[in-house]
Design a protein around this ligand. Structure first.
Ligand code: HEC
Ligand code: HEC
Ligand code: CU
Length: 402
């Protein structure tokens, strides 16, 4: 039995029961009356026509107007509930869902990625849907939500899990051999469990951001693009700047050296349109490591002080295991078990080459999978261009140990 205690299920079930009930009533009513007339006016009882009535305005009006009204109520009820399914309640939590052949990935506001959808129970959740390759469809029977995911078109659904539990998610648009593997779950957690999960799995904050806060830079600089007392420190890499040096205006492009000068000798170059009121930070107040973290953060580079990325986890959350097994069992692509030590026969430019995997080969296999394909396998692996260089390295590192 599917649960009925959540808002989207109630919307859909309401319309479903109404239309099904009315249709059933009409079917039974019409069938019974038909059978009754067939029996009552059978030829053996009434051999000759007895009535010369050939039409009735009143009856015809009734059987035109009544069904029209019934069908319009179905439309109206369906419409109202459709609107209910598209209007996300206020305060909903937002998550992005990406479907690709043949796995799911959910991305949270803080950047963490998962292959199951963890949500707090009793909270509306808006799921933005997108596909990277072909048409998939997001289907959660327990919440009666189902929406196609078309490449290049962002859609969304919302739901609210009434109580903690696990609810199935299916892909319900045939999308190739691995379609049946596109199963995952919504894990609805109690408020306490969700809070614990948030902390436990949180990606560490960028050290540069921590320093920005510790040093009070946030008081004068926003980090989201809105101007403050000073320019926003959002996505600075490569932006042009008009700066004044000794009253002379010059255009520069933001790079590491400029940022370091802007912090260490704040009044050497002053950004046009802003007062020269930024304090300089010398080594005593801001050490070189923290300065480097700040620069990395402002240039949009990852945090080099954080723990190394976990290759095994990256493989799991990026859908690689949708096509590759890690335990030697056959799958759509070669298994990762023993990949670093076995002989691999690949086809490159139509020629067969047998070799062993090294870091360069693995990286090429990830970034440009069509150039060399493993013999006996279809050339369907998607290029991993959605991964950062650091993530690619971590995966290659992990594979070299398999
Ligand atoms: C009292 C306010 C104030 C504080 C605190 C402050 N700044 Fe600034 N900052 C400014 C102003 C005003 C400018 C623009 C004028 C200039 O270039 O000096 C600026 C300019 C900058 C620039 C150049 C930005 C660009 O878009 O070209 C950088 C980078 C910068 N600040 C970083 C920092 C960092 C990092 C901290 C903390 C360690 C910090 N600021 C603290 C006011 C401040
Ligand atoms: C849609 C299915 C699919 C997905 C998703 C996929 N692969 Fe593949 N992969 C294949 C197939 C099929 C091959 C063999 C054909 C080829 O070499 O292109 C392959 C080949 C490889 C190879 C070379 C294997 C060998 O034995 O030499 C590596 C390494 C690899 N994939 C890693 C990954 C990683 C890491 C991911 C996740 C980021 C991933 N793949 C995602 C299907 C997939
Ligand atoms: Cu699919």
């Amino acid at each position: 039995m599917l649960p009925t205690d959540n808002p989207t299920a109630q919307l859909v079930d309401g319309v479903m029961i109404y239309i099904f009930g009315l249709s059933l009533l009409l079917l039974l009513g019409i069938t019974i009356v038909t059978i009754y007339f067939v029996v009552k006016y059978r030829r053996s009882r009434c051999p000759e026509p007895t009535s010369d009535v050939d039409h009735s305005i009143v009856l015809e009006a009734i059987w035109t107007v009544l069904p029209t009204l019934i069908v319009l109520t179905m439309f109206w009820y369906g419409w109202v509930n459709y609107v209910g399914l598209t209007e996300v309640p206020e305060g909903a939590m937002e998550v992005s869902a990406t479907a690709r052949m043949w796995s799911w990935q959910f991305e949270y506001a803080d950047g963490r990625r998962e292959n199951r959808l963890f949500v707090p129970a009793n909270t509306p959740v808006k799921v933005r849907l997108q596909s990277t390759d072909v048409i998939h469809s997001f289907f959660v029977p327990a919440f009666r939500i189902k929406k196609d995911m078309v490449p290049g078109l962002e859609t969304y659904v919302w739901f609210e899990a009434p109580k903690p539990g696990s609810y199935d998610i299916f892909c319900t648009e045939y999308c190739g051999v691995g379609h049946a593997d596109m199963i995952t779950t919504i894990e609805a957690l109690s408020a306490e469990d969700y809070a614990a999960w948030l902390v436990a799995d949180a990606p560490p904050e960028h050290r540069g951001l921590v320093v920005l806060r510790e040093q009070g830079c946030i008081g004068c600089h926003s980090i989201d693009g809105t101007p403050g007392i000073g320019p926003s420190l959002f996505e600075l890499a490569g932006s042009p700047r008009q700066v004044e040096i000794d009253g002379q205006t010059t255009e520069i492009t933001i790079d590491d050296d400029y940022l370091i000068r802007a912090i260490r000798e704040a009044n050497y170059e002053v950004v046009q349109g802003y007062p020269a009121m930024m304090p300089s930070y010398d080594e005593a107040s801001l050490n070189n490591d923290d300065l480097q973290s700040l620069v990395d953060y402002m240039m949009g580079r990852p945090d080099t002080t954080s723990a190394p990325l976990d290759g095994a986890r990256l493989i799991e959350i990026n859908g690689c295991t949708g096509c590759h097994s890690t335990d030697g069992s056959p799958s759509i692509g070669p298994t990762f078990q023993g990949i670093s030590s076995r002989d691999i026969t690949i086809i490159r430019d139509g020629k067969e080459v047998t070799q062993q995997a090294d870091a360069d080969y693995l990286l090429r296999a990830l970034v440009d999978p069509s150039v060399e394909t493993v013999k006996g396998y279809p050339d369907i692996m998607p290029p991993s261009d959605y991964l950062s260089p650091e993530e690619l390295d971590a995966i290659v590192e992990h594979l070299l140990q398999q």
